[in-house]
Design a protein around this ligand. Structure first.
Ligand code: C5P
Length: 426
């Protein structure tokens, strides 16, 4: 008899959480069962729980006996705001079957930290405590975040077990490499809480850009006048970095060319730092042939001085002001759009007024199929933004939203429009 394939559970939310949840939060409505096993990395789960709940997720903690040696259920209860379960025989669950009840309400089970022993148990289907029984009784995806000594990680049995889990469709996040609690250095460290959080958020995103190569410019450029001074544009880089994050979460291979900004590289993104427009142009031109979608978000300086002073320009005694002569920087977006076989090109425009006029005019002038406009000075550095999409068929206004969520919407809009299987002539 043919069975219907199970729907992909990642993109559905099973239960709505109790209490008020900010529906714009990244993990709003998601219910996670977070299982702790024995390991010093348990301390990282306090921060991870905080990040998950702050992002709107309901976090139900279950701990093995060994985990309670490293962090107390009291701490985890306070941080998750829910009772913590450690025993299979917990009478607080009305039907006395916590291993069924707790997994049924979860959209995903995350085991963090996952010890060598627990990974072995999962791989072999053993269930001799609440957490392992919960995992085997689950009807939702399972994510495992290993944490162990490097020799334990490299051990052939562990590697076999991890391969078995992957083969069973379990998502293995990490491990990281670096100094370990035991003093040794190598693979096996648990991912940092922020990286684990990012990987969990990514897991829940539909992979609408899987297999696509996305090139993004972000931030300002800095054009030196002398060794200490220069001219730049106002740009925090937040929108470009958020787009890079959203594209990576959607499964794309992301190359981010960033001007000088103090932002963390999004999880899974390849970042190349540049200073000047010319450096940004060179980096983009080099990467363009391997690109399916180019998103130009950078606020590129239009001009640079034709001669950068080798030494700091001094104030002159006669109070004569220095003069500079400028040359135009290359227009990176227009140059990529002009390539014989261009990627799908998306431009951004920050205008101080008459967005409708300038947005469409700029789209046509740069010869790109899609231009995303905003009233720049009003949104500089803010965490939210309101944009308008300009394309040949007309304009579409999107409601004001947090830049991270807006980025997700924009990546959805871009994915819908960017043709698959080869580039287009805009
Ligand atoms: O002309 P304007 O700077 O307003 O155009 C904005 C769009 O063009 C943005 O997508 C920006 O990243 C891109 N641009 C560029 N190279 C330049 C100037 C702008 O790629 N030199």
């Amino acid at each position: 008899m043919l069975s219907t394939p199970a729907p992909d559970r990642r993109f559905q939310t099973k239960t709505s959480p109790e209490g008020k949840v900010d529906q714009t939060a990244e993990l709003a409505g998601k219910h996670l069962l977070l299982g702790l096993t024995g390991g010093i990395a348990c301390y990282k789960i306090a921060e991870l729980t905080r990040l998950l709940t702050k992002a709107g997720a309901t976090v139900q903690i279950a701990m093995t006996e060994a985990a309670t040696q490293f962090i107390t259920p009291v701490t985890m209860q306070a941080l998750s705001g829910r009772p913590v379960y450690t025993s299979q025989w917990d009478a607080r669950v009305p039907n006395n079957m916590p291993h069924i009840d707790l997994s049924r309400e979860a959209d995903a089970i995350v085991i963090a930290p996952a010890s060598t022993d627990f990974i072995a148990k999962l791989a072999h289907g053993l269930c001799d405590d609440l957490l392992s029984t919960l995992c085997i009784a689950r009807d939702c995806p399972l994510l495992v975040v290993p944490a162990m000594n490097r020799q334990m990680w490299q051990n052939a049995a562990t590697q076999r077990n991890v391969a078995t889990l992957r083969g069973d469709g379990v998502e293995v996040l990490g491990p990281d490499s670096g100094p370990q609690a035991c003093g040794e250095i190598g693979d096996g460290r648990m991912l940092e809480p922020t990286a684990t959080f990012e990987a969990i958020c990514a897991f829940f995103q539909p992979k609408i850009l899987r297999g696509r190569r996305v090139l993004i410019t972000a931030g300002p450029t800095f054009e030196p006048l002398d060794p200490v001074r220069g001219i730049t544009n106002r740009s925090s880089g937040k929108m470009g970095f958020s787009l890079a994050r959203a594209a990576a979460q959607a499964g794309a291979d992301v190359h981010l060319v960033a001007g000088p900004v103090a932002l963390e590289t999004p999880w899974g993104v390849y970042r190349e730092d540049v200073q000047t427009a010319q450096q940004m142009y060179d980096a983009v031109m080099h990467a363009s042939p391997d690109t399916d979608i180019f998103i130009a978000v950078a606020a590129v300086a239009d001009w640079r001085v034709d001669h950068v002073s080798e030494h700091k320009i001094k104030k002159s005694a006669d109070e004569k002001l220095p003069t500079f002569s400028f040359v135009e920087n290359p227009d990176i977006l227009a140059a990529v759009a002009k390539l014989p076989n261009p990627p799908y090109c998306v431009g951004f425009a920050a205008e101080s007024g008459d967005l409708d006029l300038h947005g469409e005019e700029k789209r046509v002038r740069k010869n790109v199929p899609l231009l995303i406009g905003n009233l720049g000075p009003l949104t500089f550095g803010l965490d939210d933004n309101e944009v308008v999409l300009f394309e040949a068929s007309g304009k579409t206004c999107l409601p004001r939203a947090d830049k991270k969520l807006l980025a997700r919407t924009l990546i959805g809009e871009i994915a819908k429009r960017a043709p698959r299987g080869g580039s287009i002539l805009s």
